[in-house]
Ligand binder design. Structure first.
Ligand SMILES: C[S@@+](CC[C@H](N)C(=O)[O-])C[C@H]1O[C@@H](n2cnc3c(N)ncnc32)[C@H](O)[C@@H]1O
Length: 394
């Protein structure tokens, strides 16, 4: 662990130790080894203990990482404009569904903008895995949009829902457990987790046929040269099931998935031979996923080609793929920014200028974050992809 990390307090350390004991039991029960995906699932979502379901503040400047809706309401206002275009086309009661809604700030800002556009949805559904975050979201909405909270419904599963409208997921895919592998010229191993004398550590096992088959497809997708040996990377095994589940519940409308990632050719490029797995703790990136589980977020970038394949396989239409910067601009970012500037004092103008840079500059979130859209039954292509559509890169 880097010495520059802020030291967790006693309570936080005790919390992590409880989770470590729980993971150790599961490793023991499994005969001494679990897949990395199982470890990551427990580190993030183990009931009562995982990073996302327990504990302290994660989002925003005082937390571990800052997401785009936390950077600026301009982000959510642009998303709302895209939602309005789709909501207006729906014949029956139009709704929005947000997955993994974090602090609730995006829901509040999207609703505010939709109200200004006179296009409020019948319901704003939030699918949230964490009871703690649900309470946090309700508090945010009650503070920011008390008059609109009545239309928000929290769900733990989508049973029975047939949505006409828009599905939104910002930075959800990167928080899904991934399987880690190492590829050699003649074999593939799955990287898993074992318990050694100094805590958790990596241990390899021969990959099963399914993982090996998937890795070989990725290896063959490279036409710029062979992978170095060993080549470490990861795959999201839940992705296609999750996208299929969203498709099942979308009667008509648009699904927008926003995250950091790459088309497959860039993700599995020979030069990216250490994969994309990263931890976040108090605004610092960590490379050791075994450091105090429960206190650090663990993420991996998104293979957008795999997302596109999953959507098409699930019977959705690929509506577009572009960078966050282009998507926001195509949804009126500049006009929203100018309007906000007109009402701002000197300090707010400085803040707005900083926010717009963070959201759009290529070296910040502008290019690293990308937006993929899937549609069903829309009259016209969504406006967010009209300025620049990079679908051919997938
Ligand atoms: C990095 S946070 C992003 C939160 C928020 N969307 C934002 O932009 O600030 C990831 C969120 O995804 C949620 N999540 C992960 N897997 C999920 C799934 N399968 N369904 C719904 N939410 C999920 C987590 O619980 C967490 O709230």
């Amino acid at each position: 662990m880097s010495l520059t990390l802020p030291e967790p307090n006693e309570q936080e350390q005790a919390h992590s130790q409880r989770l470590q004991r729980r993971i150790a039991e599961v490793i023991d029960d499994a005969g001494g080894w679990i897949s990395f995906a199982r470890y990551m699932e427990m580190a993030l979502y183990e009931p009562g203990l995982g990073y996302y379901v327990a504990g302290r503040q994660k989002f925003g400047a005082a937390g571990d990482f800052v997401t785009a809706p936390e950077v600026s309401s301009l982000f959510s206002s642009c998303l709302a404009r895209q939602c309005a275009e789709v909501l207006q086309q729906q014949a029956s009661a139009a709704c929005v569904l947000e997955l993994g809604a974090g602090s609730g700030v995006m829901a509040a800002d999207v609703l505010l903008q939709l109200e200004q556009l006179d296009c409020l949805p019948d319901h704003y559904y939030i699918l949230e895995l964490s009871a703690e975050l649900m309470a946090r979201q309700r508090a945010t909405l009650e503070e920011k949009v008390p008059h609109l909270v009545g239309s928000v419904r929290w769900l733990q599963a989508l049973d029975g829902l047939q949505l006409h409208g828009v599905v939104l997921a910002n930075e959800v895919l990167d928080a899904m457990p991934v399987s880690c592998f190492s590829a050699y010229p003649d074999r593939v191993v799955e990287r898993g987790v074992t318990l050694g004398q100094n805590g958790f550590s990596w241990q390899d096992r021969t990959a099963d046929d399914e993982l090996r088959g998937r890795v070989e497809v990725l290896r063959r997708s490279q036409d710029v040269g062979p992978w170095p040996s060993p080549y470490h990377s990861e795959i999201n095994p839940q992705l296609s099931g999750w996208v299929a589940m969203l498709s099942e519940h979308l009667a008509a409308g648009l699904i927008l998935l926003i995250d950091y990632g790459y088309p497959r050719a860039d993700y599995y490029h020979p030069q990216r031979s250490e994969g994309t797995l990263l931890g976040y703790y108090r605004q610092r990136a960590l490379e050791d996923p075994f450091w105090l589980p429960g206190l650090q977020d663990i993420t991996a970038s998104v293979d957008f080609t795999a997302v596109a394949e999953a959507g098409i396989e699930a019977g959705l239409e690929l509506a577009g793929y572009t960078t966050q910067a282009w998507f926001l601009m195509a949804n009126g970012l500049e006009t929203l920014y100018q309007t906000a500037l007109e009402k701002a004092d000197e300090r707010q103008r400085l803040m707005l200028s900083k926010q717009i840079k963070l959201l759009t500059l290529p070296a910040e979130m502008g290019e690293r974050f990308q937006v993929i859209g899937f549609s069903r039954g829309l009259e016209a292509p969504p406006q967010g992809f009209l300025m620049q559509d990079y679908s051919q890169r997938l």
